[in-house]
Design a protein around this ligand. Structure first.
Ligand SMILES: [Zn+2]
Length: 65
């Protein structure tokens, strides 16, 4: 599920237990192991990109190796 924190930023949380910790490699919940659907991740990425645009935040994660 996707919800918004008090600052308006999107947060991705587990559908099963509501926890927000995911194994980024497998995109599965750390708590209960439920997988995050690919379309959910995609939706979240779109939401966060929009949030960054609205706030004027520039993310350069690609350059941060
Ligand atoms: Zn979970």
């Amino acid at each position: 599920m996707i919800f918004h924190n008090p600052r308006g930023g999107p947060e991705l949380a587990c559908d099963e237990c509501g926890c927000r910790w995911f194994d980024r490699r497998t995109m599965a919940c750390y708590e209960c192991g439920a997988p995050v659907p690919a379309e959910e991740v995609e939706r979240f990425n779109e939401e966060i990109a929009r949030f960054h645009r609205e706030k004027g935040i520039v993310v350069n994660e690609m350059n941060k190796k």
